[in-house]
Design a protein around this ligand. Structure first.
Ligand SMILES: C[S@@+](CC[C@H](N)C(=O)[O-])C[C@H]1O[C@@H](n2cnc3c(N)ncnc32)[C@H](O)[C@@H]1O
Length: 302
């Protein structure tokens, strides 16, 4: 961020979009503060102060999040970094959150693939064609952020797919769909309930994202990296049975999707649903790996 700005400000304003309530939010902010402070030091400039805005939807558990704040402040003090003022910005990031030319860095990890404001007709198109016209969805508002200063940066990390017409989410969300379908066949879930259930989640290809950024013409892409997460832990050194790997994958996915599934289908069905899911994961692991494709893209505001 500091490399793309003409001067180094005394106060760096940072937003983390879709911060959630877990420890990841402060870890990401710590990394940002660490890297920028080292950069200021290497240029013999006094350390900056930081103003950090933690954003998520209004239902997010900000209380839990802010319980980690004293520990975070202690860590910053021990490292002799500048003051950091943290506050919450509860609202959807698809809308306007900050004044014009306000932020030096926007960070979003595993949140921009959630299309919280996609309309039902758009979801139908996505379901039927597996294609979405990115121009019509509100992610464009995120990419076009007027809130970022010139030279300021946006770093996004999100789930993606390798080709626009072959979204990659079948490995986890499709298995979930199959598990839910099995419960419909067993009469444990009503077909109507399943038909009315949509996860507003889209994994674009990197080409789609690049095209969108170029179309918007507000940012210059600085770096793109792709990586896969082996959620069945096949490539790790851990000595695990197939069953343990399937359990791990099922627990991780349950942590992400459990609350929305419980609110749609009721908490009582969740154990049975994830037993089914785990069995399907196990079948997949018998024949291959379970990889999730991810992109990290950094861009500077023109
Ligand atoms: C998988 S969590 C990622 C949390 C954290 N950033 C991390 O990397 O661990 C996704 C978060 O994005 C939030 N989110 C989804 N759509 C959002 C929106 N439109 N505005 C703000 N937050 C949103 C969700 O509420 C959730 O907390």
């Amino acid at each position: 961020m500091c490399n793309t700005m003409t001067s180094l400000p005394n106060l760096l304003t940072i937003a983390d979009l879709g911060c959630s309530s877990g420890p990841n939010a402060f870890e990401a902010i710590w990394e940002i503060i660490n890297v920028s402070s080292n950069l200021y030091q290497s240029k013999n400039v006094g350390l900056p102060e930081f103003k950090v805005f933690l954003n998520d939807l209004i239902g997010n558990d900000f209380n839990t999040l802010f319980r980690s704040l004293p520990e975070f402040h202690r860590k910053l003090k021990d490292a002799n970094f500048g003051q950091c003022f943290v506050s919450a910005t509860p609202e959807s990031f698809h809308g306007r959150l900050f004044p014009n030319d306000f932020l030096h860095l926007v960070h979003a990890s595993s949140s921009v693939h959630f299309l919280s404001q996609v309309s039902v007709p758009q979801l139908e198109i996505l379901k039927n064609t597996r294609k979405i016209d990115l121009k019509t969805i509100r992610i464009t508002k995120l990419i076009k952020r007027d809130e970022i200063v010139r030279g300021g940066q946006m770093v996004l990390n999100f789930r993606g797919s390798t080709q626009s017409d072959k979204p990659d989410y079948k490995q986890d969300y499709e298995l979930l769909g199959l598990a839910l379908h099995n419960l419909v066949l067993k009469g444990r879930i009503k077909e109507k309930e399943l038909d009315g259930f949509n996860v507003p989640f889209y994994t674009p290809s990197i080409e789609e994202v690049q095209r969108l950024i170029e179309m918007q013409d507000s940012f210059t892409i600085k770096n793109i990296e792709t990586f896969t997460i082996d959620w069945g832990l096949k490539d790790t050194d851990l000595i695990l049975t197939l069953n343990e790997r399937a359990k791990h994958a099922s627990y991780s996915f349950r942590a992400i999707t459990g609350p929305i599934l419980a609110s749609q289908f009721g908490a009582l069905i969740i154990d049975e649903l994830f037993d089914q899911f785990e069995a399907m994961v196990m079948q997949c692991l018998e024949v291959g790996k379970l990889d999730m494709m991810n992109f990290v893209i950094s861009m500077a505001k023109k």
